[in-house]
Design a protein around this ligand. Structure first.
Ligand SMILES: Cc1ncc(COP(=O)(O)O)c(C=O)c1O
Length: 387
């Protein structure tokens, strides 16, 4: 699909068509898996379509990257071997020793570990701030030293919401860039670049891939100078996905819109059931009017997503029992796949932050609500809660 056509097309049309024209030699409607590391040159330097070596570029990856840019409303998309590989590449492309980054005080554990245990050793400082508090983020900025304000929205697992527009203004006032980890919302529900952010980041392992069968990451940017730096580092550092992974991720992206609508429908059914249950003391979902980030989420998200967290009256013991008893919800980490998952953040995804300010309540359960039959999901929770 031409760039001009893609610019005017709706989300699903872009997800399905942008970044690829049916193969000129065979007419293949879907990008072939180009399992090749190198390319024949027509004379020295005579590259066909710019391809010379598959770390630098591979046509299967090029198609995915074009589609990612189109759905995130950016200029350039870059695919990586994992979400963390995307993060590390961005940090080295933009930051230098002595620089500073503001990160969420409830950042995804792996992101926190990357900053705390890896980047810090290379001279990159960071300070945590709550994404839901614009003033706190502003105060955490070190003038002249902060290069990035880095947020997730909604966050994991407490689903806090950051105001992308307001935080972009705060970052830009200080001469910093705003990075939004858009993994939880997905580009179908939220497009940070259109709200003023400079970088949209994904673990495509989650909703973009959507089938729990591939690990990947992505960066999408608007500014061409920044794209140049990211592209240079993508090649120079080499954390790229292979063509099989790029193919799977791209296949997932094509159905993101219809999947997300079903994730949201099912999450709403689950939230309604949990909200009326006597053993549930709190349901955390940005779609609920009592959620502190509801108004901001309603403004910047199309719907409220497939992630639901809740607390149970019976404390940690009941939370663990529930995780043990579900039959449709599979006990496991990760999120964003077609199958529903349940987990106990305190003992699983967030065990490493026990005893710190980031500790999560022991009676908390997190659900990644899949796209199965809604009644089956509700019935499963009902039996697991002991009814
Ligand atoms: C919000 C968020 N960002 C980044 C990552 C890291 O992505 P990956 O596991 O693909 O490296 C994850 C993984 O769980 C995540 O949930």
């Amino acid at each position: 699909m031409s760039q001009e056509h893609a610019d005017k097309a709706g989300f699903e049309t872009r997800a399905i068509h942008a970044g690829y024209e049916p193969d000129p030699t065979t007419g293949a409607v879907i990008p072939p898996i180009f399992a090749t590391s190198t390319y024949k040159q027509d004379g020295v330097g005579g590259l066909r379509g710019g391809y010379e070596y598959s770390r630098s570029a591979n046509p299967t990856r090029t198609a995915l990257e074009g589609a990612l840019a189109a759905v995130e409303e950016g200029e350039r998309g870059f695919a990586f071997a994992s979400g963390l590989a995307a993060e590390d590449t961005l940090l080295r492309a933009v930051c230098r020793p002595g620089d500073h980054v503001v990160i969420p005080d409830d950042a995804y554990g792996g992101t926190h570990r990357l900053f705390d245990k890896v980047e810090q050793a290379w001279g990159l400082a960071h300070s945590p701030a709550p994404v839901s508090d614009v003033d706190a983020v502003r105060s955490a900025i070190r003038p002249g030293q902060t290069r990035l304000v880095w947020i997730e929205t909604p966050t994991n697992p407490l689903l806090n919401v950051g105001d992308i527009e307001a935080l972009a203004a705060v970052a830009h006032e200080a001469g910093a860039l705003l990075v939004v980890d858009n993994t939880f919302a997905s580009p179908y529900l939220q497009t940070p670049l259109a709200l003023g952010a400079d970088v949209a980041l994904h673990s495509t392992t989650k909703y973009v891939g959507g089938h729990s069968d591939v690990v990947g990451g992505a960066l999408v940017v608007r500014d061409l100078e920044l794209a140049e730096q990211v592209g240079y580092h993508q090649n120079a550092m080499g954390a790229v996905p292979g063509p099989f992974d790029a193919f799977l991720t791209h296949r997932g992206l094509k159905t993101l819109g219809v999947r997300m609508d079903r994730h949201c429908d099912n999450a709403e059914a689950v939230v309604e059931f949990l909200s009326g249950h006597e053993a549930v003391t709190q349901v955390i979902y940005p779609g609920l009017p009592e959620h502190p980030g509801h108004a901001v989420a309603a403004r910047q998200m199309r719907r409220f997503g497939g992630m639901v967290s809740f607390r149970v009256a019976g404390g940690e013991e009941q939370a663990l029992r529930l995780c043990d008893r579900t039959r449709v919800f599979i006990l496991g980490e990760s999120l964003g796949g077609v199958e529903s998952l349940v987990e106990h953040p305190g003992r699983m995804t967030h065990a490493s932050v026990a005893g710190t300010d980031l500790e999560v309540p022991a009676d908390l359960v997190r659900l990644s609500v899949g796209i199965e039959t809604a009644a089956d999901l509700v019935a499963d929770l009902q039996q697991a809660l002991g009814d």
